[in-house]
Design a protein around this ligand. Structure first.
Ligand code: AMP
Ligand code: TRP
Length: 336
């Protein structure tokens, strides 16, 4: 039996949005009182795509500020950046030698991100899931809160753990992780196209709500959000094939901690304009204080530095210890 430990990671690649918040960070906050939690800013994952060095540096602080502003307590949780704890990369190399090329080729995120010219994608992008498995397993984490888009990577993490345990006959050394995926809304969709994921890489800013958007911008984006011409249904069945409607209703449910069926009971029969003003209000109430706090925290770099430094120390200690056992199991010698 493994001690329950939560691990999750977020890339420092610019503005966090409502998808990151409802898909992941809101869950991080809920978990902090129940488990020992390790939350990592995965800068090494970010460089699988080209990054501007200056922006990468400032995005690290922006992501740390977003964590704290969203309600993560730096005293309760380990908050740190991946590049500061070398054991992640060391275990990732080991997993490069455990995982099979066929496993990588099946990853849908790789296919999406590599696009048509797969040959031209970085090797890092292909083996990205091995680094992700290393992030989690170097802490022997048991639970991983993520959005639905990361489910396949977590299945791969389970496969890697099983193969390692099996290959090296060290039954139960690595835990078989459990994904924690939000039930109400596992994937927040674009406000312009209900079939596309809300994403920071989407060119139109109108497609997403950023954590730093102000009240007027949120109101305007929700007003313009795509819907259909039918009224809101009273039953879940009435949302079938209505992607945009489903998305907006689910966002409202998730942000207010309600079941979708309860929202439909309240708004069933009404038109979207009434619903949208309620939706804006809920988003503004939740997101604007976070945005204001992010901006405030960003002015206090020394505070953010101290959070990360403290987090790195704690994370490094756990990771180093586990890496020692892993080297021993494999038969690698590390002189120090
Ligand atoms: P990323 O920004 O890609 O590092 O993602 C950080 C976390 O946010 C991961 O757990 C993702 O699954 C989650 N996430 C990103 N976009 C969305 C979305 N549109 N809906 C739900 N979760 C998301
Ligand atoms: N791949 C995740 C994403 O793009 C980020 C990530 C890296 C992660 N390592 C992780 C998430 C470990 C959970 C656990 O969103």
């Amino acid at each position: 039996m493994h001690k329950k430990r939560v691990f999750s990671g977020v890339q420092p690649t610019g503005n966090l949005h409502l998808g990151n918040y409802l898909g992941a960070i809101k869950n991080f906050v809920d978990l902090q009182n129940k488990f020992e939690c390790v939350y990592c800013i995965v800068d090494l994952h970010a460089i699988t795509n080209k990054q501007d060095p200056k922006e990468l540096k400032s995005n690290l602080f922006e992501t740390a500020a977003s964590f704290v502003a969203s309600g993560l307590d730096p005293e309760k949780n380990i908050i740190f950046n991946q590049a500061s704890v070398p054991a992640h990369s060391e275990l990732a190399w080991i997993f490069n030698c455990v995982a099979r090329i066929g496993w990588m080729n099946r990853m849908t995120q790789f296919k999406e991100k590599a696009g048509v010219n797969k040959e031209n994608a970085s090797v890092g992008l292909l083996v990205y899931p091995n680094l992700m498995a290393a992030d989690i397993l170097i802490y022997k984490a048991t639970h991983v809160p993520v959005g639905e888009d990361q489910k396949q990577h977590l299945e791969l993490t389970r496969d890697i753990a099983k193969k390692f345990n099996n290959d090296f006959k060290c039954d139960d050394f690595f835990p078989i992780v459990e994904p924690l995926i939000p039930k109400t809304i596992s994937r927040v969709m674009s406000l312009r196209d209900g079939k596309k994921k809300m994403s920071k890489s989407e060119s139109s800013d109108q497609s997403r709500i950023n954590l730093k958007d102000n009240k007027d911008l949120i109101e305007q984006k929700i007003k313009k959000a795509k819907t259909d011409n039918n009224p809101i249904p009273s039953e879940i069945d009435g949302l079938k094939n209505r992607h945009e409607a489903t998305n907006l209703i689910s966002i409202y449910a998730s942000i207010n901690n309600l079941e979708v069926s309860k929202v439909l009971k309240e708004f069933g029969g009404k038109n979207f304009s009434t619903f949208k003003s309620n939706l804006s209000e809920s988003i503004i109430e939740k997101i604007c204080p976070i945005g204001i706090e992010i901006n405030k925290l960003l002015k206090d770099k020394s505070y953010l530095n101290s959070i990360l430094e403290k987090g790195v120390k704690k994370a490094d200690l756990i990771a180093k210890n586990n890496l020692k056992d892993i080297y021993e199991i494999i038969g690698l010698t590390k002189f120090s």
